[in-house]
Design a protein around this ligand. Structure first.
Ligand code: ADP
Ligand code: MG
Length: 318
């Protein structure tokens, strides 16, 4: 079979299912469906053992936390409020006892933190690997959910927090690195991402945001989605990327390129958005400007104002 790539396959499915008028469908962080009141938001994501987590390297509580977190993050990315989650799990025999009990502890911890009930799901067996699917329903004022399509020439590109920490943490885990303070910090960021729900809501209420999404695959890939959806290009300044001291130390000690992590490693679950530059003074949390929306297509990467050859790709599944 011809390999289409992850996004080619999604395009193929989309050809069979054009989005009905008045809804947001395939291609955004959440689908939106109008109701007589608020719009209904829905998002769903899978976590597969061996692909998204390695059982011997991640605690079950952390996997539970992350399963809910990455889905709640998609609600944050539209500026919505989560209403309920649904959890489906396929478990091999050796995960049906203590592993899944501890998984549920972690899932419950983040659900309670954000006050989101779980209302259903499905439970089944698996021959070998653990598979988890979470669906989250949310709501948002009618027609106000922030899509990926509203980036405008002249907008500043912002992110809500440090980039690349999760990728550094994953590398440390897979390499079995000694648990120095920066390794502890980075692995915690990897295992316990914080969905930016309060920030997403506050950003929506400013009415100033053009396009928004959460960063799951790294800005090299994710900003590309906003650019294609909006029909614009971008200039991104590498020296403006918020990079933690911990990631800089980690990369420095190993001869790794911190910009590679900050642009391509993904799973930071910070928000990526475009808006007039003044937005930064209108919100109660830090926003980091990393570049500008321009006419054209694709991303031009700059270092200290000069175009660079650096050409990160971002993460895709196949
Ligand atoms: P995210 O990282 O925000 O969860 P994804 O990259 O998983 O987004 O998906 C991108 C878009 O494609 C989303 O709108 C998602 O709903 C849609 N999508 C992904 N896989 C499928 C599929 N198998 N069928 C229909 N839509 C899909
Ligand atoms: Mg998303």
């Amino acid at each position: 079979m011809k390999q289409r790539g992850e996004f080619g396959l999604i395009e193929l499915i989309k050809e069979h299912f054009p989005t009905p008028e008045g809804m947001v469908g395939i291609g955004d962080d959440c689908a939106t469906v109008p109701t007589s009141g608020d719009d209904l938001l829905t998002t769903t994501d899978m976590l597969i053992e061996g692909v998204h987590f390695v059982r011997s390297k991640s605690s079950p509580e952390d996997v539970g936390w992350k399963s809910a977190a990455v889905n709640l993050s998609d609600i944050a990315a539209m500026g919505g409020t989560p209403v309920a989650t649904f959890l489906s799990i396929a478990l091999p025999r050796d995960a049906q006892g203590e592993w899944v009990e501890r998984f549920v502890e972690g899932y419950a911890a983040i659900s309670h933190l954000f006050g989101v009930p779980l209302l259903g799901g499905d439970t089944t067996s698996s021959l070998r690997d653990i598979a988890i699917n979470v669906t989250v329903e949310g709501r948002c004022e009618r027609g106000r959910a922030i899509s990926r399509r509203g980036a405008q020439v002249g907008h500043t590109i912002f992110v809500t927090g440090a980039l690349g920490d999760s990728g550094g943490g994953l590398k440390a885990l897979l390499d079995g690195d000694e648990r120095t303070p920066e390794v502890e910090y980075l692995t915690a960021k990897h295992m316990r991402p914080m969905p930016r729900l309060a920030e997403g809501r506050e950003l929506l209420t400013t009415g100033m945001v053009g396009a928004m999404m959460d960063i799951s695959d790294g800005i090299a890939s994710d900003l590309g989605h906003i650019l294609r959806a909006s029909g614009v290009g971008a200039v991104v300044e590498l020296s403006s990327l918020p990079i933690s001291e911990q990631l800089a130390t980690f990369c420095g000690a190993r001869g790794l390129n911190k910009f590679e992590f900050a642009t391509s490693a993904g799973e930071d679950y910070e928000l990526l958005l475009t808006a007039p530059a003044e937005l930064a003074t209108q919100v109660s949390f830090p926003l980091y400007p990393i570049g500008t929306i321009v006419e054209g297509e694709g991303i031009e990467w700059q270092l200290d104002g000069e175009q660079t050859e650096f050409n990160p790709q971002g993460y895709t599944h196949f």
